[in-house]
Write a protein that binds this ligand. Structure first.
Ligand code: ATP
Length: 344
Protein backbone atom coordinates (compact mmCIF):
# COMPACT_ATOMS: atom_id res chain seq x y z
CA UNK A 1 0.00 0.00 0.00
CA UNK A 2 1.21 3.43 -0.83
CA UNK A 3 -1.44 6.07 -0.36
CA UNK A 4 -0.91 9.79 0.16
CA UNK A 5 -3.54 12.07 1.64
CA UNK A 6 -3.65 15.81 1.97
CA UNK A 7 -6.18 16.95 4.55
CA UNK A 8 -7.33 20.59 4.60
CA UNK A 9 -3.90 21.85 3.56
CA UNK A 10 -3.37 25.61 3.71
CA UNK A 11 -0.10 27.34 2.99
CA UNK A 12 0.23 31.05 3.54
CA UNK A 13 3.32 33.13 2.74
CA UNK A 14 2.85 36.51 4.41
CA UNK A 15 -0.23 37.94 2.69
CA UNK A 16 -0.17 35.36 -0.09
CA UNK A 17 -2.44 32.33 0.27
CA UNK A 18 -0.72 29.77 -1.96
CA UNK A 19 -2.88 26.76 -0.99
CA UNK A 20 -6.30 27.38 0.47
CA UNK A 21 -7.77 24.23 2.01
CA UNK A 22 -6.82 21.34 -0.28
CA UNK A 23 -8.12 17.81 0.32
CA UNK A 24 -6.65 15.26 -2.03
CA UNK A 25 -5.89 11.58 -2.08
CA UNK A 26 -3.32 9.91 -4.28
CA UNK A 27 -4.48 6.32 -4.33
CA UNK A 28 -2.21 3.32 -4.24
CA UNK A 29 -0.58 2.85 -7.65
CA UNK A 30 -2.36 5.70 -9.40
CA UNK A 31 -0.91 8.69 -11.20
CA UNK A 32 -2.78 11.78 -10.06
CA UNK A 33 -2.32 14.87 -12.20
CA UNK A 34 -2.55 18.41 -10.90
CA UNK A 35 -3.38 21.04 -13.50
CA UNK A 36 -4.26 24.69 -13.13
CA UNK A 37 -3.17 28.15 -14.20
CA UNK A 38 0.14 29.67 -13.21
CA UNK A 39 0.28 30.51 -9.51
CA UNK A 40 -2.69 28.31 -8.50
CA UNK A 41 -0.59 26.34 -5.99
CA UNK A 42 0.50 23.24 -7.91
CA UNK A 43 4.16 23.33 -6.94
CA UNK A 44 3.42 24.33 -3.34
CA UNK A 45 1.12 21.30 -3.04
CA UNK A 46 3.83 19.01 -4.43
CA UNK A 47 6.50 20.52 -2.15
CA UNK A 48 4.22 19.97 0.85
CA UNK A 49 4.08 16.25 0.02
CA UNK A 50 7.86 16.16 -0.43
CA UNK A 51 8.34 17.89 2.93
CA UNK A 52 10.07 21.00 1.57
CA UNK A 53 7.15 23.06 2.86
CA UNK A 54 5.37 22.71 6.19
CA UNK A 55 1.70 23.60 5.77
CA UNK A 56 0.29 26.50 7.78
CA UNK A 57 -2.69 24.24 8.53
CA UNK A 58 -3.68 20.69 7.69
CA UNK A 59 -2.08 17.26 7.59
CA UNK A 60 -0.17 15.07 5.16
CA UNK A 61 -0.40 11.31 5.68
CA UNK A 62 1.39 8.40 3.99
CA UNK A 63 -0.61 5.18 4.46
CA UNK A 64 -2.41 6.78 7.37
CA UNK A 65 0.77 7.90 9.16
CA UNK A 66 1.05 11.63 9.81
CA UNK A 67 4.22 12.88 8.06
CA UNK A 68 3.38 16.61 8.22
CA UNK A 69 6.50 17.34 10.27
CA UNK A 70 8.77 14.58 8.94
CA UNK A 71 11.78 16.06 7.09
CA UNK A 72 12.08 15.41 3.33
CA UNK A 73 14.98 12.97 3.57
CA UNK A 74 12.95 10.70 5.85
CA UNK A 75 9.87 10.56 3.59
CA UNK A 76 11.19 8.30 0.84
CA UNK A 77 9.79 10.35 -2.02
CA UNK A 78 11.17 10.31 -5.56
CA UNK A 79 11.46 13.68 -7.27
CA UNK A 80 11.66 14.53 -10.95
CA UNK A 81 11.91 18.18 -11.91
CA UNK A 82 12.15 20.15 -15.09
CA UNK A 83 15.79 20.94 -14.38
CA UNK A 84 17.20 17.48 -14.24
CA UNK A 85 19.50 18.19 -11.27
CA UNK A 86 21.77 15.28 -12.16
CA UNK A 87 25.26 15.02 -10.69
CA UNK A 88 27.42 16.28 -13.51
CA UNK A 89 30.61 14.58 -12.28
CA UNK A 90 29.09 11.13 -11.88
CA UNK A 91 28.23 8.61 -14.57
CA UNK A 92 24.61 7.86 -15.42
CA UNK A 93 24.79 4.60 -13.45
CA UNK A 94 26.24 6.36 -10.40
CA UNK A 95 23.49 8.96 -10.61
CA UNK A 96 20.93 6.19 -10.49
CA UNK A 97 22.60 4.28 -7.63
CA UNK A 98 23.22 7.40 -5.52
CA UNK A 99 20.03 7.20 -3.43
CA UNK A 100 20.58 3.50 -2.83
CA UNK A 101 24.11 4.11 -1.58
CA UNK A 102 22.71 6.66 0.89
CA UNK A 103 20.40 3.90 2.09
CA UNK A 104 23.27 1.43 2.55
CA UNK A 105 22.12 -0.95 -0.18
CA UNK A 106 24.98 -3.34 -1.14
CA UNK A 107 27.03 -2.55 -4.21
CA UNK A 108 25.89 -5.64 -6.12
CA UNK A 109 22.25 -4.92 -5.38
CA UNK A 110 22.68 -1.22 -6.31
CA UNK A 111 24.15 -2.08 -9.65
CA UNK A 112 21.55 -4.72 -10.36
CA UNK A 113 18.67 -2.34 -9.64
CA UNK A 114 20.22 0.52 -11.60
CA UNK A 115 20.85 -1.66 -14.64
CA UNK A 116 17.30 -2.98 -14.54
CA UNK A 117 15.90 0.55 -14.52
CA UNK A 118 18.25 1.78 -17.23
CA UNK A 119 17.13 -1.18 -19.32
CA UNK A 120 13.48 -0.41 -18.61
CA UNK A 121 13.93 3.21 -19.65
CA UNK A 122 15.84 2.18 -22.74
CA UNK A 123 19.07 3.96 -21.78
CA UNK A 124 21.22 0.96 -20.78
CA UNK A 125 23.79 1.95 -23.38
CA UNK A 126 24.30 5.30 -21.63
CA UNK A 127 25.23 3.81 -18.23
CA UNK A 128 28.87 4.91 -18.34
CA UNK A 129 28.29 8.30 -19.92
CA UNK A 130 28.42 11.62 -18.18
CA UNK A 131 25.04 13.44 -17.95
CA UNK A 132 26.51 16.55 -19.61
CA UNK A 133 26.92 14.56 -22.84
CA UNK A 134 23.24 13.55 -22.99
CA UNK A 135 20.25 15.12 -24.72
CA UNK A 136 17.41 16.65 -22.68
CA UNK A 137 15.18 13.62 -23.20
CA UNK A 138 17.96 11.24 -22.16
CA UNK A 139 18.71 13.30 -19.05
CA UNK A 140 15.04 13.23 -18.15
CA UNK A 141 15.02 9.44 -18.36
CA UNK A 142 18.09 9.28 -16.10
CA UNK A 143 16.30 11.60 -13.64
CA UNK A 144 13.31 9.27 -13.66
CA UNK A 145 15.48 6.16 -13.20
CA UNK A 146 17.21 7.85 -10.27
CA UNK A 147 13.89 8.77 -8.64
CA UNK A 148 12.49 5.26 -9.13
CA UNK A 149 15.61 3.49 -7.87
CA UNK A 150 14.80 4.13 -4.22
CA UNK A 151 11.35 2.54 -4.70
CA UNK A 152 9.69 5.69 -3.40
CA UNK A 153 6.50 5.79 -1.41
CA UNK A 154 5.37 8.39 -3.90
CA UNK A 155 6.95 9.71 -7.08
CA UNK A 156 6.56 13.48 -7.49
CA UNK A 157 6.98 14.90 -10.98
CA UNK A 158 6.95 18.68 -11.43
CA UNK A 159 6.64 19.78 -15.07
CA UNK A 160 9.17 17.13 -16.13
CA UNK A 161 8.62 17.67 -19.86
CA UNK A 162 9.09 21.42 -19.96
CA UNK A 163 11.95 22.36 -22.24
CA UNK A 164 11.71 19.24 -24.40
CA UNK A 165 10.64 19.53 -28.02
CA UNK A 166 7.04 18.72 -28.98
CA UNK A 167 7.74 15.38 -30.67
CA UNK A 168 9.88 14.07 -27.82
CA UNK A 169 7.26 15.20 -25.31
CA UNK A 170 4.64 13.09 -27.07
CA UNK A 171 6.91 10.05 -27.14
CA UNK A 172 8.05 10.41 -23.54
CA UNK A 173 4.55 10.95 -22.24
CA UNK A 174 3.40 7.66 -23.74
CA UNK A 175 6.48 5.83 -22.51
CA UNK A 176 6.46 7.30 -19.01
CA UNK A 177 2.68 6.91 -18.75
CA UNK A 178 2.91 3.17 -19.54
CA UNK A 179 5.94 2.74 -17.27
CA UNK A 180 4.16 4.28 -14.28
CA UNK A 181 1.19 2.02 -14.97
CA UNK A 182 3.37 -1.04 -15.29
CA UNK A 183 5.38 -0.34 -12.14
CA UNK A 184 2.25 0.51 -10.14
CA UNK A 185 3.97 3.56 -8.70
CA UNK A 186 1.90 6.03 -6.69
CA UNK A 187 2.66 9.30 -8.43
CA UNK A 188 1.74 12.97 -8.51
CA UNK A 189 2.22 14.70 -11.83
CA UNK A 190 2.20 18.50 -11.87
CA UNK A 191 1.80 20.16 -15.25
CA UNK A 192 0.23 23.24 -16.78
CA UNK A 193 -0.37 21.15 -19.92
CA UNK A 194 -3.83 19.64 -19.56
CA UNK A 195 -3.42 17.41 -22.60
CA UNK A 196 -0.30 15.90 -21.06
CA UNK A 197 -2.22 15.30 -17.83
CA UNK A 198 -5.13 13.73 -19.71
CA UNK A 199 -2.78 11.40 -21.54
CA UNK A 200 -0.69 10.34 -18.55
CA UNK A 201 -2.82 10.43 -15.44
CA UNK A 202 -5.44 8.07 -14.03
CA UNK A 203 -7.22 11.00 -12.38
CA UNK A 204 -6.76 14.73 -12.55
CA UNK A 205 -7.24 17.45 -9.94
CA UNK A 206 -8.00 20.90 -11.33
CA UNK A 207 -6.65 23.63 -9.06
CA UNK A 208 -7.62 27.27 -9.14
CA UNK A 209 -6.58 29.95 -6.71
CA UNK A 210 -5.25 27.46 -4.16
CA UNK A 211 -8.37 25.30 -4.19
CA UNK A 212 -9.43 22.06 -5.84
CA UNK A 213 -12.23 22.76 -8.31
CA UNK A 214 -12.73 19.15 -9.40
CA UNK A 215 -11.06 15.73 -9.21
CA UNK A 216 -11.85 12.93 -11.61
CA UNK A 217 -10.86 10.96 -14.66
CA UNK A 218 -9.89 12.92 -17.76
CA UNK A 219 -13.20 11.93 -19.31
CA UNK A 220 -15.36 13.02 -16.39
CA UNK A 221 -13.56 16.36 -16.16
CA UNK A 222 -13.92 16.95 -19.88
CA UNK A 223 -17.50 15.73 -20.15
CA UNK A 224 -18.94 16.72 -16.76
CA UNK A 225 -17.06 19.80 -15.59
CA UNK A 226 -18.61 20.98 -12.33
CA UNK A 227 -18.30 24.69 -13.10
CA UNK A 228 -17.36 27.26 -15.72
CA UNK A 229 -13.76 27.40 -14.60
CA UNK A 230 -13.17 23.69 -15.26
CA UNK A 231 -15.22 23.80 -18.48
CA UNK A 232 -12.99 26.51 -19.93
CA UNK A 233 -9.66 25.49 -18.41
CA UNK A 234 -9.78 21.87 -19.57
CA UNK A 235 -10.27 21.81 -23.33
CA UNK A 236 -12.24 24.47 -25.17
CA UNK A 237 -15.77 25.41 -24.17
CA UNK A 238 -18.07 27.94 -25.75
CA UNK A 239 -19.89 29.77 -22.98
CA UNK A 240 -23.37 30.82 -24.06
CA UNK A 241 -25.74 32.90 -22.01
CA UNK A 242 -29.28 31.66 -21.69
CA UNK A 243 -32.45 32.30 -19.77
CA UNK A 244 -34.09 29.29 -18.14
CA UNK A 245 -37.85 29.21 -17.91
CA UNK A 246 -39.96 26.17 -17.07
CA UNK A 247 -38.34 23.30 -18.93
CA UNK A 248 -36.63 25.35 -21.66
CA UNK A 249 -33.48 27.38 -21.94
CA UNK A 250 -33.64 30.25 -24.37
CA UNK A 251 -30.23 30.84 -25.93
CA UNK A 252 -31.44 33.61 -28.22
CA UNK A 253 -30.60 31.78 -31.43
CA UNK A 254 -32.17 28.49 -30.33
CA UNK A 255 -33.80 26.74 -27.41
CA UNK A 256 -32.72 23.75 -25.37
CA UNK A 257 -34.80 21.40 -23.28
CA UNK A 258 -33.90 21.56 -19.59
CA UNK A 259 -34.95 18.65 -17.39
CA UNK A 260 -33.37 20.29 -14.39
CA UNK A 261 -35.95 23.09 -14.52
CA UNK A 262 -33.42 25.76 -13.70
CA UNK A 263 -34.65 29.33 -13.49
CA UNK A 264 -32.99 32.64 -14.26
CA UNK A 265 -29.83 33.36 -16.15
CA UNK A 266 -27.65 30.36 -16.91
CA UNK A 267 -24.38 29.70 -18.68
CA UNK A 268 -24.36 26.85 -21.14
CA UNK A 269 -20.91 25.37 -21.80
CA UNK A 270 -20.74 23.63 -25.16
CA UNK A 271 -17.65 21.93 -26.63
CA UNK A 272 -16.70 22.63 -30.26
CA UNK A 273 -17.85 19.10 -31.10
CA UNK A 274 -21.29 19.78 -29.60
CA UNK A 275 -22.17 21.86 -32.68
CA UNK A 276 -22.88 20.45 -36.10
CA UNK A 277 -23.61 21.80 -39.54
CA UNK A 278 -26.85 21.39 -41.43
CA UNK A 279 -28.99 22.92 -38.70
CA UNK A 280 -31.58 25.70 -38.79
CA UNK A 281 -29.50 28.54 -37.35
CA UNK A 282 -27.82 30.75 -39.95
CA UNK A 283 -24.27 31.59 -38.92
CA UNK A 284 -21.38 33.30 -40.69
CA UNK A 285 -17.92 31.75 -40.84
CA UNK A 286 -15.37 34.28 -39.55
CA UNK A 287 -12.22 32.21 -39.60
CA UNK A 288 -11.06 28.66 -40.29
CA UNK A 289 -8.09 26.84 -38.76
CA UNK A 290 -6.86 23.71 -40.47
CA UNK A 291 -5.59 21.14 -37.93
CA UNK A 292 -5.11 18.03 -40.08
CA UNK A 293 -7.94 15.63 -39.26
CA UNK A 294 -10.20 18.45 -38.15
CA UNK A 295 -10.86 22.04 -38.94
CA UNK A 296 -11.92 24.62 -36.36
CA UNK A 297 -14.46 27.17 -37.53
CA UNK A 298 -15.09 30.42 -35.73
CA UNK A 299 -18.64 31.33 -36.56
CA UNK A 300 -20.87 34.25 -35.67
CA UNK A 301 -24.37 33.37 -34.51
CA UNK A 302 -27.37 35.57 -35.32
CA UNK A 303 -27.22 37.19 -31.85
CA UNK A 304 -23.70 38.39 -32.58
CA UNK A 305 -21.91 35.89 -30.30
CA UNK A 306 -19.00 33.89 -31.65
CA UNK A 307 -18.42 30.18 -31.14
CA UNK A 308 -15.74 27.71 -32.11
CA UNK A 309 -16.98 24.53 -33.73
CA UNK A 310 -15.31 21.50 -35.23
CA UNK A 311 -15.74 20.07 -38.71
CA UNK A 312 -13.85 17.49 -40.79
CA UNK A 313 -10.37 18.57 -41.84
CA UNK A 314 -11.25 18.29 -45.52
CA UNK A 315 -14.53 20.24 -45.26
CA UNK A 316 -14.29 23.23 -47.55
CA UNK A 317 -15.45 26.32 -45.69
CA UNK A 318 -14.11 29.84 -45.95
CA UNK A 319 -14.53 33.10 -44.12
CA UNK A 320 -17.77 34.77 -45.24
CA UNK A 321 -19.67 31.51 -45.92
CA UNK A 322 -23.10 31.28 -44.33
CA UNK A 323 -23.70 27.88 -42.74
CA UNK A 324 -26.60 26.26 -40.88
CA UNK A 325 -25.64 25.44 -37.30
CA UNK A 326 -27.23 23.13 -34.78
CA UNK A 327 -26.37 22.51 -31.14
CA UNK A 328 -26.45 18.95 -29.82
CA UNK A 329 -27.98 19.25 -26.36
CA UNK A 330 -26.77 15.80 -25.25
CA UNK A 331 -23.45 16.81 -23.71
CA UNK A 332 -23.75 20.51 -22.96
CA UNK A 333 -23.34 21.58 -19.32
CA UNK A 334 -25.63 24.09 -17.65
CA UNK A 335 -24.37 26.27 -14.79
CA UNK A 336 -25.99 29.10 -12.88
CA UNK A 337 -24.25 32.21 -14.21
CA UNK A 338 -21.48 33.70 -12.10
CA UNK A 339 -19.98 30.58 -10.49
CA UNK A 340 -16.62 31.43 -12.01
CA UNK A 341 -16.21 34.46 -9.74
CA UNK A 342 -15.53 33.35 -6.25
CA UNK A 343 -17.33 35.27 -3.57
CA UNK A 344 -15.26 33.97 -0.66
P1 ATP B 1 3.38 27.81 -11.89
O1 ATP B 1 2.51 27.00 -12.81
O2 ATP B 1 3.55 29.21 -12.37
O3 ATP B 1 4.64 27.13 -11.50
P2 ATP B 1 2.05 26.98 -9.43
O4 ATP B 1 0.64 26.61 -9.66
O5 ATP B 1 3.03 25.88 -9.27
O6 ATP B 1 2.52 28.02 -10.54
P3 ATP B 1 2.98 27.89 -6.84
O7 ATP B 1 4.40 27.94 -7.25
O8 ATP B 1 2.56 26.78 -5.95
O9 ATP B 1 2.03 27.91 -8.13
O10 ATP B 1 2.59 29.29 -6.18
C1 ATP B 1 1.31 29.59 -5.63
C2 ATP B 1 1.31 31.01 -5.13
O11 ATP B 1 2.13 31.11 -3.97
C3 ATP B 1 1.85 32.02 -6.12
O12 ATP B 1 1.08 33.19 -6.03
C4 ATP B 1 3.27 32.26 -5.65
O13 ATP B 1 3.69 33.55 -5.96
C5 ATP B 1 3.16 32.07 -4.15
N1 ATP B 1 4.40 31.53 -3.55
C6 ATP B 1 4.95 30.33 -3.81
N2 ATP B 1 6.09 30.16 -3.09
C7 ATP B 1 6.25 31.29 -2.37
C8 ATP B 1 7.23 31.76 -1.41
N3 ATP B 1 8.28 31.00 -1.09
N4 ATP B 1 7.07 32.99 -0.89
C9 ATP B 1 5.99 33.75 -1.22
N5 ATP B 1 5.04 33.38 -2.10
C10 ATP B 1 5.16 32.17 -2.66
Amino acid sequence: MSTVRLESIRKVYGEEVAVDGVDLEIRDGETLGIVGPSGCGKTTTLRTIAGFETPTDGRVTFDGTDVTHVPPEKRNVGLVFQSYALFETKTVRKNVTFGLKMRDVSKTERRKRADELLELLDIADLADRNPATLSGGQQQRVGLARALAIEPHVLLLDEPMTGLDAELKLRLRDEIGSLLDELDVTALYVTHDQEEAMAMCDRIAVLNDGRVEQVGTAESIYRQPTNEFVATFVGTSNLLTGVARDDRIDLGFTELADDMRTTGEVTVAARPEDFSLGGPVDATVLETTYLGQRKDLQVELPDGSTITMQVDGDADYRAGDVVGVEIDPENVQIFPTGIRERTT
